[in-house]
Unconditional design. Structure first.
Length: 139
C-alpha cells in the first residue's frame, strides 16, 4: 500500500468516529470508524484500523480493515491480507491477498460494459456447437 497519506486529501483518523453522509471530490482514507454513506470520485482506502459500515462507491478501493456493505469500484478493488469484508464486490479488476476474510458475491466486469453473465454466455455460445445426427461423420 502507498505511504499512509500519499495522494489522500481527506482522512478519518484512528480513534475517530464519523456517522453520516460523506461525498468527496478526491481521495479518502479511513483509519477510524465510519457508518453512513460514502461516495468519492477517486480512491477510498480503509486502513488496517478502519471499520466501515456502508455501501461504497469509488474509482478504486483498497481495504486493509473491516467493511460491512457492498463495494462498487470503477477501476479496481484491492483486498489486503488483513481485510475483512461482508458484502458484494463489483469492479473490473479485483486482487485478493492470502489472509482475507470475506463473504458475499464478487462480480468482475473486466473492461465490458455489459452484464458479465451475458458476456460469459455469449463467449460460451461462440464457436462450434454440438453436431446433430445429420452432421456426424460416417464411420
Amino acid at each position: 500500500m502507498a505511504s499512509k497519506n500519499e495522494g489522500i486529501n481527506s482522512t478519518i483518523g484512528q480513534g475517530s468516529v464519523f456517522e453520516g453522509k460523506f461525498y468527496i471530490s478526491g481521495s479518502l482514507r479511513i483509519d477510524g470508524k465510519f457508518e453512513g454513506e460514502i461516495k468519492t470520485d477517486e480512491e477510498l482506502v480503509v486502513g488496517e484500523t478502519g471499520r466501515v459500515k456502508t455501501d461504497i462507491a469509488a474509482k478504486s478501493v483498497v481495504v486493509a480493515g473491516t467493511v460491512i456493505g457492498n463495494i462498487r469500484a470503477l477501476e479496481e478493488v484491492r483486498l489486503l491480507e488483513t481485510a475483512k469484508v461482508l458484502g458484494d464486490i463489483t469492479a473490473p479488476a479485483i486482487s485478493i491477498q492470502r489472509g482475507v476474510v470475506a463473504q458475499g458475491k464478487i462480480m468482475i466486469t473486466g473492461s465490458y460494459k455489459k452484464d458479465p453473465k451475458k458476456v460469459i454466455e455469449d463467449s460460451y455460445n461462440m464457436g462450434p456447437s454440438k453436431l446433430n445426427e445429420n452432421q456426424r461423420p460416417e464411420r
